[in-house]
Design a protein around this ligand. Structure first.
Ligand code: AMP
Length: 198
C-alpha cells in the first residue's frame, strides 16, 4: 500500500456475523462517495474462482475460520488502488485479529481515522445470519460456521478493540435499531471530513 493512501479517510468497520456491516457500508459508501472494501464479498468472489487460492479461501470460509493475513492485505491493497480518486475507504470486516491491525499500520504508515464496531446481541446475529443463509444461500451462514465466526469475534477481535480503544479511535455503534443514522453521525464527527454532508 502506497503513500497516495495516506490522505483519504480510512474507516474500519467491525462486527460479528449478521450484524449488518455489509449493508451499512454499502449505504455509507453511496451517501459519502466512499469506496467500499467489503472483505467477505471480495473473498467470496475469489472463492468462486477455480484457482488453488480460491479453493483454499473457500474451505477456510466454509469452516468459519480466518483467511491468512497476507491474502487479506493483498485484497485490500488491490481494491484501494482500484479507487485512486476516492476521498474515503470503508474497510468492512477488518481487522479481525491484532496482527492485521498492526500490519496495516506498518504498511500504510498510519492507523485508520476511526474504527466502528457494531454492537449486536448474539441472538440477533445468529438469527439474522441463519435467515440470510436461507435466502442468499451463503455457504458459511450455516450453524457450525456461524458459531465459529462468533467465537472468532469474541476472542480474536477483543485485543483489536483494546488496541484502538487505547488510541481513542474506537466508536461503538449499537445495532440494529437506527443504525444508519448512528453510522452517519460517527462519520460526520470526523474533523478531517470537511464539507461532506449527504
Ligand atoms: P463477513 O462477510 O465479513 O462475515 O466475512 C465472511 C468470512 O470471510 C469470515 O468468516 C472469514 O472467513 C473471511 N474474512 C472476512 N474478513 C476477514 C479478515 N479481515 N481476515 C480473515 N478472514 C476474513
Amino acid at each position: 500500500m502506497e503513500c497516495m493512501l495516506k490522505s483519504p479517510l480510512i474507516i474500519f468497520v467491525m462486527g460479528g456475523p449478521g450484524c449488518g456491516k455489509g449493508t451499512q457500508c454499502k449505504n455509507m459508501a453511496t451517501k459519502y462517495g466512499f469506496c467500499h472494501v467489503g472483505l467477505g464479498q471480495l473473498l467470496r468472489q475469489e472463492a468462486q474462482r477455480g484457482t488453488r487460492r480460491g479453493q483454499k479461501i473457500r474451505e477456510i470460509m466454509l469452516r468459519g475460520l480466518l483467511v491468512p493475513t497476507g491474502i487479506i492485505l493483498d485484497m485490500i491493497n488491490d481494491k484501494m488502488l482500484s479507487c485512486p480518486e476516492s476521498r474515503g475507504f470503508l474497510i468492512d470486516g477488518f481487522p479481525r485479529e491484532l496482527i492485521q491491525a498492526k500490519e496495516f499500520e506498518r504498511i500504510v504508515g498510519r492507523p485508520p481515522d476511526v474504527v466502528m464496531v457494531f454492537d449486536c446481541s448474539m441472538e440477533t446475529m445468529v438469527r439474522r445470519a441463519l435467515h440470510r443463509g436461507q435466502v442468499e444461500h451463503r455457504g458459511d451462514d450455516c450453524e457450525p460456521a456461524i458459531l465459529q465466526r462468533l467465537e472468532t469475534h469474541y476472542t480474536l477481535c477483543e485485543p483489536v478493540f483494546t488496541f484502538y480503544q487505547q488510541k481513542n479511535l474506537l466508536r461503538n455503534v449499537e445495532a440494529p435499531e437506527n443504525i444508519f443514522a448512528k453510522c452517519c453521525s460517527v462519520i460526520e464527527s470526523l474533523q478531517r471530513l470537511e464539507g461532506v454532508g449527504g
